[in-house]
Design a protein around this ligand. Structure first.
Ligand SMILES: [Zn+2]
Length: 593
């Protein structure tokens, strides 16, 4: 779709809404209801969890402080049906797809987007992960058509998302396209002016949905940090601008066409204190709070995402009025319900009427039969993909830590990551977080030719399920040492919280358990050569670590960020070489003390 037709699409609803509004106002307003009810049901960061997520990803602290099993498409559907009434609009705050389990990832997430359509979703903000496979692929997911490389899924030609994706802060870099887009707007001088001061949207910035005779405007926003967390090639024509500025332009746009009931769906959020009720406001003010407090006072609600936390806050908008700011965890474990009244005359949300509540998607209810069958169909379809052989091993390669903290599989993955980042990223060493090695590779349990050491794609995907991007940054020797000191996150004498990064084979060092915190690490060598404090080193790691994940904050001091392939692709590529693969030794780190 051209930028011209995109804009037309975004504005057609808005322009139509103004006209219809005038026509539907009753002759005798005194007999009409003053307000009408609207219910929003919101999801965020679903990440393709069609099957119930397992481990800690499938548990949630509920309103009573109990940790319960939560999530799974069929349970989301049951809860949604129970919560939805005739006034309901279902919405979402991004990362619905990307970083998904194989059942969804193997088909470019078409199964997840189809499920969300069946769920009745109407509008979703794009998240950073919606750009994982690039802008062109996101447009295909929105519009339909078969994948340009992998072709159609077993379900046939993709029909496109049954909901609107919106992203007001995603613009084309090339301002020349503006001329084209603006020419299409014809008789809209105010809108024309607004956009000529702004830029050319790469996605519809807003979506307007009617409920009970009033229009509700939804403004989509995605974290402006997106370019640093997705592959640059796929978004090279796009820029991700300040969320607050974009929201305020979109809010003006909505107001110009008479839409004053405004909701921001933002894929950015804050962290919380662990173990809190999903209805607590324990969010630590950060990037999400900035948006929630600074966006124009015309916006009535801020539904957020991205940080995978659940919170229910009230913040002050710039006019000093209360505004709900919420998030619903991740992986379909929480549905956020917002009930509100819209004044028919002013067409604005009565802020005092807003009642919001997070509901945990428990599994103690009956699974929705239609969605259960739908998920089973995709489970059956993905089985051959999961069973494809990608390499062979000569013995079990486990994620069980040796006394040094290394595991054979962790070391193998670090080697695979270095191999995948040498060219392009100029990486010299690789470091892998131990928590990201999710399972072991077993010699015996392959479903293909039991007991011959075959590793299947499904087994590899279970080990590396996050679809993290491989990245490389430049650290000084001193910064690299700080990263390694940060492995001892529990502080002095607290070995329980130690997280030893898995190093590539060419990187060795010593740590002393009993040395003072901050001086535990010594004798760092790359290819046998001692590392100096001032030398520059290209270090490869997944985007989780490079972003400071697991409290490895020193990674954030890295410069010259490069993004490359997915970690699973690096892993599979390496599994395909040097077969059969023997478990690497765990002798890269020397632990003393
Ligand atoms: Zn995100």
């Amino acid at each position: 779709m051209t930028s011209r037709s995109l804009l037309r699409l975004a504005l057609a609803g808005a322009v139509a809404s103004g006209a219809v509004l005038l026509a539907t106002l009753p002759a005798d307003a005194s007999k009409a209801p003053k307000t009408v009810p609207v219910r929003l049901l919101a999801l965020n960061d679903f990440h393709g969890n069609l099957e119930p997520p397992t481990g800690s990803s499938g548990r949630m602290v509920d309103e009573n402080g109990n940790t319960v099993d939560a999530g799974g498409a069929a349970y989301v559907a049951t809860h949604m049906k129970a919560l939805a009434d005739k006034n309901t609009i279902a919405v979402a705050q991004g990362d619905l797809i990307g970083a998904t389990p194989l059942i969804s990832a193997a088909y470019h997430d078409e199964p997840s987007v189809e499920f969300l359509g069946k769920l009745g979703l109407k509008v979703a903000a794009v998240g950073n992960h919606e750009f994982d496979e690039g802008y062109a692929e996101l447009r295909r997911i929105m519009k339909g058509g078969c994948h340009p490389v992998d072709g159609c899924s077993p379900a046939g030609t993709w029909k496109g998302a049954q909901f609107d994706y919106v992203g007001a802060n995603v613009l084309f870099k090339n301002r020349d396209e503006k001329t084209d887009a603006l020419a299409a707007l014809g008789q809209q001088p105010q809108v024309k002016q607004l956009l000529s001061d702004w830029g050319v949207p790469a996605l519809p910035p807003v979506s307007i949905k009617w409920m009970n005779g009033v229009p509700i405007g939804f403004i989509g926003l995605v974290t402006q940090t997106t370019p640093s967390i997705v592959t640059s090639e796929g978004i090279k024509d796009l820029k991700f601008v300040d969320e607050v500025k974009a929201a305020n332009v979109a809010s003006k746009l909505l107001k110009l066409v008479g839409v004053k009931a405004q909701v921001v769906l933002v894929h950015e959020g804050d962290q919380v204190t662990a173990g809190q009720s999903p209805d607590a406001c324990s969010a630590i003010p950060g990037a999400g709070n900035r948006i929630a407090t600074q966006v124009d006072a015309e916006v009535d609600l801020i539904l957020s995402g991205h940080s995978h936390q659940a919170y229910m806050c009230k913040v002050k908008d710039p006019a000093g009025n209360d505004r709900v700011y919420s998030q619903g965890g991740s992986f379909g474990r929480v549905i956020t319900q917002v009930d509100l009244n819209v004044n028919v005359k002013s067409r604005d949300i009565d802020r005092a009427s807003v009642v919001a509540d997070n509901h945990v998607v428990t599994r103690t209810v009956a699974a929705d039969p239609e969605i259960s069958a739908f998920v089973q169909t995709w489970k059956d379809r993905v089985a051959p993909v999961a069973n494809k052989a990608v390499g062979t091993i000569s013995a079990d390669i486990t994620n069980v830590a040796a006394p040094s903290g290394e595991s054979a599989l962790g070391n193998f993955i670090a080697d695979s990551q270095l191999a995948a980042t040498k060219t392009g990223g100029n990486a010299q060493i690789a470091l892998m977080n131990p928590g990201g090695v999710r399972a072991s590779l077993s010699y015996a349990t392959s479903p293909v030719n039991e007991g011959d050491g075959v590793v299947t794609y499904g087994e590899a995907f279970t080990v590396q399920p996050f679809n993290n991007l491989m990245q490389a940054v430049t650290l000084t020797g001193a910064q690299l040492k700080t990263v390694l000191e940060q492995q001892f996150t529990g502080g002095p004498n607290n070995q329980a919280f130690t997280k030893i990064l898995q190093p590539s084979a060419n990187f060795t060092y010593t740590y002393n358990r009993t040395a003072a915190w901050g001086s535990k690490v010594s004798d760092m060598k790359i290819d046998g050569v001692a590392v100096t404090d001032t030398q520059s080193i290209r270090v490869a790691a997944n985007n989780f670590l490079v972003g400071g994940g697991d409290a490895f904050l020193a990674f954030r001091d890295g410069t010259d960020l490069w993004s490359g392939p997915l970690d699973i692709d690096a892993f599979v590529e390496h599994l395909g070489k040097n077969n059969p693969i023997a478990p690497p030794a765990t002798n890269r780190i020397t632990a003393v003390g």
